[in-house]
Design a protein around this ligand. Structure first.
Ligand code: NIG
Ligand code: FE
Length: 411
């Protein structure tokens, strides 16, 4: 199946395959081709250029994109979309003034979601989760990372990871799986965190490796959850099973998570609402991608990741949703891109780079997705007629996407 898109007003994020991510000043550069054509063959981008060079060879379908733009589909490198039920019950508590930490210490929060998930069958969990996956695909997400971390027992963590595997087998969207057993300390281990970590390392990790259920390992490195020593323990164990770290750091407090992440060559450090000078220095000239989650800051009313500080210091930055029932019940990357511009003072070019090529890198998918590049997956956003690509972040809350193509097929 060969499809030709012609008269594209602007083809956005055109890159050679040598660009793996963009950092610092380069993030302001978003390469485009005006009045362009694009050819996809089956699931792959096979050719593009300006309309004067548009090929006239046979195609199976021609789509006229006059007035419209094409971008690579969004790359959402941090989500928790496999969960059971919701936390609407805590919503009013928070509106009435309780903080995320206060709700958690009352037995709400992650432990609340874990209880529900433990009582939910694998089939039911798949049914609930696929609704969210389909939703984000329609919103333009073409590659996604999904974490475990609401199981908190051996069986339930494996149940979550098996659901992620089933999602992978049943949908065209590219999926990476992350083991986040160290997301919270279960009540029965309250006074024995060490035993919980040993259970994760000795019981769960070998089974994950056996069934090939995860690509990455994560831990909530945060005051009141897991400290730097716990993080070292988990990352060291993960290494034995080939699990690369992608970790939750600096959401509420900076306790050294960035330093341990870099020491273990983490692929990404995520959240970073609280960043100190030391963290920026540590991240400079490393292969670790900082990831900001503005939807979480919006929902919890906590500070936004200081994007200007990070980018102006020469670092790269990726944007992701953090879609989860507790801190970010939304998987809308369009909203994330818009909020990054409006609240984090990123310009449109920086935000689009962060949500595409840098997001792809933060999932280890920089060779497959994240830009308009010959040989990459045909994961495309065809916009409605728009004035410029700035319309996407500018028109916050308004849907500018007309069609989404994943692996060459319309969603
Ligand atoms: O990334 N902070 C840790 N984990 C999630 C929230 C989990 C929850 O509250 O259910 C996050 O924000
Ligand atoms: Fe998260």
């Amino acid at each position: 199946m060969k499809i030709l898109f012609k008269n594209i007003k602007e083809l956005v994020q055109v890159r050679s395959e040598s660009i793996l991510f963009v950092a610092g000043e380069q993030m302001k550069n978003l390469p485009t081709i005006r009045n362009a054509y694009l050819v996809i063959e089956n699931d792959i981008i096979s050719d593009f250029g300006t309309m004067d060079n548009c090929p006239d060879s046979h195609v199976d379908e021609t789509i006229d994109a006059t007035g419209k733009m094409i971008l690579p589909a969004w790359c959402d490198s941090h989500t928790h979309i496999v969960y059971s039920g919701n936390r609407e019950g805590e919503f009013n508590d928070r509106i009435n003034g309780l903080s995320y930490e206060e709700i958690a210490s009352k037995g709400g929060g992650i432990l609340n979601s874990a209880k529900k998930l433990q009582e939910t069958s694998e089939d039911e969990l798949f049914e609930q989760s696929k609704v969210r996956l389909e939703e984000v695909m329609h919103l333009g997400t073409g590659a996604i990372e999904i974490k475990s971390g609401y199981g908190l027992t051996c069986d339930s963590e494996l149940k979550m990871l098996r659901v992620i595997k089933r999602l992978k087998e049943n949908y065209p969207i590219e999926i990476k799986a992350t083991f986040l057993g160290a997301h919270a300390i279960p009540a029965i281990y309250r006074n024995n965190k060490h035993n919980y970590l040993q259970m994760l390392i000795n019981d769960v990790m070998p089974k994950i490796a056996n069934e090939n259920l995860a690509d990455y390992v994560d831990i909530f490195c945060e005051t009141g959850y897991f400290n730097v020593e716990d993080t070292e323990l988990i990352l060291e164990a993960g290494k034995k099973y080939g699990l690369i770290p992608k970790i939750h750091v600096n959401q509420f407090t900076a306790i050294g998570g960035v330093q341990v992440a870099v020491k273990y060559n983490a692929l990404s450090v995520d959240h970073l609402e609280e960043v100190c000078e030391e963290d920026i220095k540590t991240l400079s000239n490393t292969s670790t991608m900082p990831v900001a989650l503005p939807g979480c800051s919006y929902f919890l009313s906590i500070p936004y990741t200081p994007a200007r500080k990070l980018i102006d210091a020469g670092l790269p930055l990726a944007l992701a949703t953090d879609y989860n029932p507790g801190s970010t019940p939304s998987g809308n990357m369009n909203f994330v891109v818009s909020t990054a511009c409006i609240k984090m003072k990123m310009n449109a070019e920086e935000a689009i780079n962060a949500a595409t090529i840098n997001g792809a890198y933060a999932m280890g998918l920089e060779k497959e997705v994240g830009s308009i590049t010959v040989g990459k997956q045909a994961n495309l956003l065809l916009t409605k007629p728009i004035n410029s690509y700035v319309s996407i972040p500018y028109s916050f809350g308004s849907d500018k996407i007309e069609k989404v193509f994943l692996k060459g097929k319309q969603v």
